[in-house]
Write a protein that binds this ligand. Structure first.
Ligand SMILES: [Zn+2]
Length: 343
């Protein structure tokens, strides 16, 4: 286990050189501790990469942290978010209110934000509970209904596609689409400075959550996308990674290879598990219960089980696309069940 992870209280605004500042913004009540927001200077005003969680303490930390870098938050030109999750996009709307900044996000995540914002209040719990029931969970589905969701992120003004240049006068900040952690996750390549803002795609000590939602979807393969995105970023050959959590590091290709190996090992173990259970098809929930997590299944709370099931579903989906498992047809309304194809 690496030990370089320090609490938010030990973090400071840091001059990364070359007109890039790192500003830690706390994520209240979350073991991840903080988001690293980056301010990239330009003659047309600074652009932020991510913004942090929407909370009063986080806002104060962002405003004061930018001030320590000599940046008044009212001068911010734009906020480019690596993905729509609340610890990245949460404060983007507040920055826009203060400064008139634009908010930019990949079009696939912008579509998700539109979807989330269009859902009636309180319907998210029902959606989650129904998705869990279809995966074979009963008790947990009722518990998760009561789980409170953070406010949806602000709708972006600008939608990004792979290869686009972010509006940053005098510098080249290019969008590298890296779907996996979310469908519209992007890394941002500061060309000429040999640096890559990696968001949650590649972090030095932890791996991002890769889940499939709803669990029984067959039209996408987030883990397959994520593995392809790891290769893509490794092939850029960039020297320095500026991630959204933990710390800046060198050796992107080596870290990408480690993360890839982690998932390939997990796929292999899941394949073995499915072979051991060749006599009976399993629901996604039954598969998740049998997989290894960082704590025993019985100690996970409903929301954590829901996320574990999302990971199980993503790994099953990848095995399915490789032809190693298949879905067993059941009666209408029954939870979907998977079985190995090797006997
Ligand atoms: Zn995230």
């Amino acid at each position: 286990m690496r030990t370089r992870r320090r609490p938010f209280s030990a973090q400071r605004t840091t001059d990364m050189g070359g007109g890039v500042w790192s500003v830690p913004v706390p994520i209240p009540g979350n073991p991840l501790g903080y988001t690293l927001v980056y301010a990239v200077e330009s003659p047309g005003g600074p652009v932020l990469v991510d913004a942090g969680w929407n909370h009063e303490d986080a806002w104060t930390a962002l405003r004061d942290g930018l001030a320590a870098a000599g940046v008044d938050v009212r001068e911010v030109r734009g906020v480019v978010v690596t993905h729509y999750h609340p610890d990245h996009a949460g404060l983007a709307g507040r920055v826009r209110e203060e400064s008139g900044a634009w908010i930019a996000m990949h079009e696939a995540d912008a579509a998700l934000v539109r979807l989330i914002r269009s859902m009636p209040d309180g319907s998210h719990g029902d959606f989650q509970a129904e998705m869990m029931r279809r995966a074979g969970a009963e008790a947990d589905a009722d518990e998760v209904r009561r789980f409170e969701r953070p406010d949806p992120p602000a709708q972006p003004d600008r939608e990004l596609r792979d290869g686009d240049l972010v509006d940053l006068p005098g510098r080249a900040l290019r969008v590298v689409w890296t779907p996996g952690h979310t469908p519209g996750h992007v890394c941002l390549h500061l060309e000429g400075a040999d640096r890559l803002f990696t968001g949650d795609h590649i972090l030095p000590g932890i791996t991002p959550h890769i889940g499939l939602y709803p669990y029984d979807r067959q039209d996408i393969d987030p883990l397959g996308d994520f593995i392809a995105s790891l290769k893509r970023v490794a092939d850029l050959g960039t020297a320095q990674a500026l991630p959204a959590h933990e710390w800046a590091f060198a050796g992107i290709a080596a870290r990408a290879a480690e993360i890839r190996a982690h998932h390939e090992d997990k796929l292999l173990r899941l394949r073995e598990l499915m072979t051991e259970c060749a006599d009976r098809p399993l629901t996604i929930w039954q598969v998740a219960e049998r997989m290894t997590w960082n704590r025993p299944w019985s100690e996970l709370i409903a929301v954590q089980r829901g996320m574990a099931a999302g990971e199980a579903a993503a790994h099953l989906r990848t095995l399915e696309s490789q032809g190693a498992v298949r879905r067993e047809p059941g009666a209408p309304g029954d939870p979907v069940r998977f079985i190995t194809t090797s006997h």
